[in-house]
Design a protein around this ligand. Structure first.
Ligand SMILES: [Zn+2]
Length: 168
């Protein structure tokens, strides 16, 4: 195994020039370096296949739920500090909706199996073997995308409420 110094591509010992960038290649890697590269490659492949697994909870999923929790608390603190303003414009209801939404999204992100089993129930009468149903790639995309959009909305709602409650 050889590694290109210029672009980092790995290639067979038979090559003298990099197949990616055409630079001249050095001598093959030592056994130790080769093992390191193979372990790194293995990890990268593992990460890629985890990302395509519907039930895999990534680091960024965990961060999303943590931020939703922190923002829910910030919304409640602001509501308590500016309670007259919130009451006047019925904003308590918006905070209530934000918190319910944050909790349900967090459960869906952290425990995808729970929401998937609930979702499957709607096929209960229509399908013979309910365990044969698997999440589609669209659902995988939605599972990663929707919580981030909601997080963005919750952040924006907090900024708008913070500014308007102190201007009013
Ligand atoms: Zn190269």
């Amino acid at each position: 195994m050889k590694k290109c110094k210029n672009c980092g591509a790995l290639q067979s010992d038979k090559h003298f020039y990099c197949i990616d960038c055409n630079k001249k290649l050095d001598a093959p890697l030592s056994d130790e370096d080769k093992a390191k590269e193979e372990a790194h490659l293995e990890k990268t492949i593992q990460n890629l296949s985890n990302k395509s697994d519907y039930f895999y909870v990534s680091k960024s999923d965990k961060t999303t739920t943590l931020l939703l929790g922190i923002l829910s608390i910030l919304h409640i603190i602001l509501m308590i500090i500016r309670k007259d303003f919130y009451r006047e414009y019925y904003l308590n209801w918006i905070v209530f909706i934000i918190i319910v939404l944050s909790i349900s999204v967090s459960i869906d992100v952290r425990f995808p199996r729970i929401s998937w089993n609930l979702y499957k129930l709607r096929f209960y009468l229509a399908v013979d073997n309910i365990d044969d149903i698997e999440p589609s790639s669209f659902m995988l995309w939605a599972r990663r995308f929707v919580p981030r959009v909601i997080l963005l909305l919750v952040i924006m709602a907090f900024i708008v409420m913070l500014i308007s409650s102190f201007i009013a």
